[in-house]
Design a protein around this ligand. Structure first.
Ligand SMILES: NC(=O)c1ccc[n+]([C@@H]2O[C@H](COP(=O)([O-])OP(=O)(O)OC[C@H]3O[C@@H](n4cnc5c(N)ncnc54)[C@H](OP(=O)(O)O)[C@@H]3O)[C@@H](O)[C@H]2O)c1
Length: 216
């Protein structure tokens, strides 16, 4: 497999949480979690993703934009896809992002509950994978047509791919907030032993950007 598995713009609090507690339809990132992404919301790249214009350029925008270069498919966990838990009650939930989600590629959603694929506007198709992380990565790599695969999150999904040593590159933004509790990204993971090293670190007024790269 020549394509890389890349994480971009995954944002944690100072105390290491990638989502606050009590995720639900009103709190997609858990209670307090929306503040994680303040560094990103104002960038030109994020504004364009949601049909806006303007926005900041510079360090934060450069990191945001990198995350869309040469990406042929995405992998998400089911909790990032939405607030529905357990067996899908019906097919009405189609993600947080409306009819034209900002992926524009095949997206493979890890879940234990089978569901038919959903074709959305703008080239996004959600496929639901019940065979685990390796199967999702194989399917995403095949669908990505030689381009890299972006691992969107959430926390539990990234942790599994890290544990398995499958993430090639991971950009983490550290936001200047505390969450106190929620989903912790690296607790219990020995990233050094897994072969990761910090290969970039840059601070903007809004976040500290870290890139971890896996040495083969
Ligand atoms: N901070 C950031 O930059 C960022 C980025 C993205 C997302 N997030 C946030 O992260 C939170 C979601 O993270 P999370 O850790 O709660 O969950 P998650 O990783 O999004 O999803 C976990 C769920 O996906 C399914 N799943 C995961 N691995 C699987 C496997 N190997 N086989 C089968 N099913 C599997 C399971 O759902 P079922 O068993 O129910 O099917 C599992 O409970 C959300 O609040 C989201 O907004 C934050």
């Amino acid at each position: 497999m020549t394509s890389k598995l890349r994480v971009h713009c995954f944002t944690i609090s100072i105390d290491g949480f990638g989502a606050g507690p009590k995720q639900d339809v009103d709190n997609p990132l858990g209670v307090g979690g929306v503040a994680l992404h303040e560094w990103a919301f104002t960038t030109r790249t994020f504004r364009q993703m949601f049909g806006g214009d303007g926005g900041t350029t510079g360090i934060d925008d450069d990191f945001a934009a990198r995350g869309f270069n040469n990406i042929g498919a995405w992998i998400l966990g089911r909790n990032m896809f939405g607030p529905v838990r357990g067996p899908w009650p019906n097919d009405s939930w189609k993600g947080w992002w409306g009819d034209n989600p900002p992926y524009h590629t095949p997206v493979f959603v890890l879940t234990n509950y089978p569901r038919a694929s959903i074709t959305m506007g703008g080239g996004t198709t959600f496929h639901f994978v019940t065979e685990g992380i390796h199967a999702a990565l194989h399917r995403a790599s095949d669908a990505g047509d030689g381009k890299d695969v972006r691992l969107g999150g959430g926390v539990a999904t990234i942790r599994q791919y890290l544990h398995a040593g499958l993430v090639d590159e991971m950009h983490i933004a550290i936001s200047p907030i505390l969450l106190g509790s929620g989903e912790h990204l690296l607790a219990g993971i020995d990233a050094l032993m897994l072969g990761y090293h910090c290969t970039e670190h840059v601070t903007s007024p809004n976040a500290t950007h870290i890139v971890l790269t896996k040495h083969k």
